[in-house]
Design a protein around this ligand. Structure first.
Ligand SMILES: Nc1nc2c(ncn2[C@@H]2O[C@H](COP(=O)(O)OP(=O)(O)OP(=O)(O)O)[C@@H](O)[C@H]2O)c(=O)[nH]1
Ligand SMILES: [Mg+2]
Length: 224
């Protein structure tokens, strides 16, 4: 029993060290990294597409997509105009710092200002594997239900920003926004939050402004 705990700690410790290396690589290249996490289908790739369309003329954007299989999401990011690398984890439910390190090596970082990492759709495991990016962003979505902060506290605790996607569906789904926000506030007080719809673009400007600010301010300054 004790041996098993030790192994887990070693894996997480090794991941932390490699995340620090990734962070140095990003800082040296003056690339700002975002780690997007969410449940499957919350709208990670949709938000990445909108972000490329909104900021691609001002920022050189690269996308690293993590999925168990296929290159569907990297193909979408490339079609939207970004440099894109797909990582297939082959069953792992999260990206780790080794995987991101390999993706960084495959990218010409001198041609990148902003790196967006789309983590594997999962509300548990990605929270425990920092990648070396500068900011972590969680995307919640209305159809998932308003109880998710209460059921997946680890994910909500560790992020720097929260997107609430699919607000266009609020009229059709029982989603108590006050209950949801109270749960978030208890776990991550003052968390900056962007309610928006990738479908209608409502609320998108605030998100794009925040990404622009992070890209200009966070270069080389923070690590997570
Ligand atoms: N109504 C509505 N649908 C949306 C919105 N954003 C995304 N979708 C839809 O939600 C589905 C999933 O979107 P994706 O962007 O592929 O989600 P994802 O989080 O990248 O999914 P995985 O990578 O498979 O985990 C697609 O059918 C999108 O068209 C939105 O704001 N409103
Ligand atoms: Mg996706």
């Amino acid at each position: 029993m004790t041996q098993r705990i030790t192994v887990v700690e070693k894996i997480l410790g090794a991941n932390e060290r490699l995340a620090t290396e990734n962070n140095k690589i990003l800082n040296n290249a003056k690339v700002v990294g975002l780690n997007l996490m969410a449940s499957p289908g919350a709208g990670k790739t949709s938000l990445i597409e909108k972000t490329i369309h909104g900021l691609g003329s001002r920022l050189r954007i690269a996308v690293v997509d993590g999925d168990i299989a296929t290159s569907i999401d990297a193909d979408r990011a490339a079609a939207a105009g970004a440099l894109a690398v797909q990582i297939n984890t082959g069953g792992e439910c999260h990206l780790d710092a080794v995987m991101l390190g390999q993706a960084l090596a495959a990218l010409d970082l001198s041609a990148v200002d902003l790196l967006i990492v789309e983590n594997v759709g999962n509300l548990i495991c990605p929270a425990y594997f920092p990648l070396g990016t500068h900011k972590s962003v969680l995307i919640a979505s209305i159809p998932e239900g308003d109880d998710k902060p209460y059921k997946y506290p680890g994910m909500y605790q560790g992020v720097d920003a929260l997107v609430i996607n699919k607000t266009d569906l609020l009229p059709y789904i029982d989603f108590d926004m006050d209950y949801f926000r109270r749960g978030v506030e208890a776990l991550n007080p003052g968390l900056i939050t962007f309610p928006l719809s990738c479908k209608t673009a409502e609320g998108m400007d605030s998100w794009l402004d925040w990404v622009s600010e992070v890209a200009s301010e966070a270069k080389g300054s923070t690590f997570e």
